[in-house]
Design a protein around this ligand. Sequence first.
Ligand code: UGA
Length: 433
Amino acid sequence: MNIAVVGTGYVGLVTGVTLSEIGHQVTCIDIDEDKIEKMKRGQSPIYEPGLSELMLKNIAENRLHFTTHHEEGFYKADVIYIAVGTPENEDGSANLTYVEEVAIKIAELIEQDTIVVIKSTVPVGTNDRIQQFIHHHLIRNVKVEVVSNPEFLKEGTAIYDSFHGDRIVIGANSLQAANIIEQINKPFGIPVFITDIRSAEMIKYAANAFLATKISFINEIANICERVNADVEQVAKGIGMDQRIGNKFLNAGIGYGGSCFPKDTKALLKIAGHVDYEFELLKGVVNVNKQQQYLLLKKLNNRFETLNGMRIAVLGLAFKPNTDDLREAASIVITEELINQGAQVIAFDPIAMENAKKTLVTSIIYADSIEEALRDADAALILTEWDDIKYMDHAIFKTMRTPIIFDGRNCFELSSLKDSIIEYHSIGRPVVK
Ligand code: UGA
């Protein structure tokens, strides 16, 4: 199949690259000339394990192309994927400007019957609206059918997830269009669920809201565990053995970040609000997450009279491991508040340092290694569970002025700390001194 993918953000690029890997002719389109030039040479604009390798391979095998010209990508395309961003408006709703811009281009440029697949996360009803919008602006006498195909990839494991996902959801008005998209995806070998368009759109929001709910739920259980001297890891294991609950996504910590859960939960609250429904449970989930991001600061403030003048090491800045993404990361609010309280912050992240320099308060000092960040520190905070941090040699803590650790991601087994020199505060587990 000839496929065009508009938007080379994380969703668009991974979609384009993996579709080329399973044999399709794919042209990725983006308006950013610099980015397109780099991608033509196989350089990925994002850090995503395995992505660059697949880009290089499929460019070399002449299946993967990049362009800034929509007409070049749309020429002979059987299917056009829209994967542009839907950023958050100030009121929490999804901004559809970029999706509409692409829709106009499609209406003006296509010369043959085309299926338009919307990958971007869009409010329920948007696919229908875009279908009408395209029809309204169509220049030539061709047929366009819009299909919803929401994305369930996780950053950091996106390539793996593409080939091992739990399901592919296709929402379409006609079985014929759904079958074409099913055929395109067949080589991935993942179960396909075909449904109506609005349910497909809702599945995306409901899935992310449910996962966010699981996280806020276990975080509140963790907060209670701390007060009753229980261990949230044990509790998560114990409840997770019940298959109705499941053992995944029950890691307590300093809340969820990233480009999806924070944005999609707020967008779903808006969607519900527009039809006069107050989604009380989800409001709670969002509020709990906001508070959880400040939890390590509360612990620090309980432990020390003042943070003024303290040298505090911060290990891990990305919103989760294996990504250089800092969007909505707890590190943003935590480092800002540490600086506000007069602390000196020395930070290290194995991959996200460049993005951190653009995102976080400027007075942070960046270290080149975990060792350098910890040297002479009065306390250390762990904000991302990178393997480099989880499996670090604890002897390094000896170089701290006082080896007091506040771990927001429960990186260390409590049993491994019995003879340790560190004082260890984590989430939902007893303090080790
Ligand atoms: C999430 C979903 O997991 C994907 O299915 C979805 O496709 C994607 O959003 C999206 O809508 O595009 P992602 O944001 O990449 O993926 O990352 P996750 O692995 O889900 O982690 C999100 C946040 O939740 C991270 O900050 C992570 O630290 C946190 N988390 C996750 C926890 O605090 N506890 C957990 O048990 C799991």
